[in-house]
Design a protein around this ligand. Sequence first.
Ligand SMILES: C[S@@+](CC[C@H](N)C(=O)[O-])C[C@H]1O[C@@H](n2cnc3c(N)ncnc32)[C@H](O)[C@@H]1O
Length: 299
Amino acid sequence: MPGRLLRGLGRWWRRYRYRFVPWIALNLNHNPRTLRYVPDEFKDKVISDEDALGTLLNVFQALFINDFNKQLEILTVLPEPVQLKYQDLLSVQHPRVKLPQNRRHQRNVFKPEEILYKTLGFSIARATSSLISAGRGVFITKGVVPKGAVVSMYPGTVYQKHEPVFFQSIGNPFIFRCLDGVLIDGNDRGISRVVYRSCTGRDRLGPVKMCDSTWLTAEIQNPLAVGQYVNNCSSDRPANVCYQELDVPAAFPIELRQYLPNIAYSCQGHSPLRCVVLVALRDVRQGEELLSNYYTVVS
Ligand SMILES: C[S@@+](CC[C@H](N)C(=O)[O-])C[C@H]1O[C@@H](n2cnc3c(N)ncnc32)[C@H](O)[C@@H]1O
């Protein structure tokens, strides 16, 4: 009898794909009704990868154009086909040739959160959580997020299953586990922060950054990169967003990689870069806190 019970428990545990390791271990019994069931690993997505990528490209492109003066240095070292995409802007923005226009453009530079609002119709920010003793959370500060929209990204260093994460994981509530065992460390402090910064420096090509590290600072360049602060739902506060994993295709525009808030721990593997986006499960209105489900069971 105990043998059968243990085998049953073992089977259940293997099907269980926990998202946040320490949090789950402590809280599974306290909150059993908020488990998220997924029929199989490939049905975890609520929107297509193309739609998710399309949204990221729209936001990143808008951020890039908004910041075009600063981007000139990067564009000049990139291949001609990339420069050609921005030919119209380049012809009016070259600083030495058209200084007055350049100055006018500088006055019109918007904050990243304003660009997000103009592009997707909402802004998000971190603030004290509406849940008791939950620290900080993520709120819709302006506009409405429609059901099925990408509302945030989970930043951090991406570890393949075999890569060493032991020291980074001690007491770290920000380690996100993907369905295939890949881990994303979204902690913006301590050793996690040092590791992310060091990987950023390693992958940089001169002035061209391969990822965004501003989520480690107060001046966030990609306003979506706050998803690591989204808190867990409860039985009386159901989830309004869910996690969706996404591999960045090799053809992702090189000039827009500087907005990706993820970097691979090791540069030796050839796996595509893993990103995680948060997708709205219903319309989410101004003032609401984003709540996800930390527990996913894959049948
Ligand atoms: C990924 S972090 C989320 C950000 C966190 N709120 C903060 O300010 O650092 C996960 C941690 O948030 C807290 N948390 C998340 N959801 C919660 C909830 N529903 N109730 C209480 N605490 C929660 C727990 O301490 C958990 O370990």
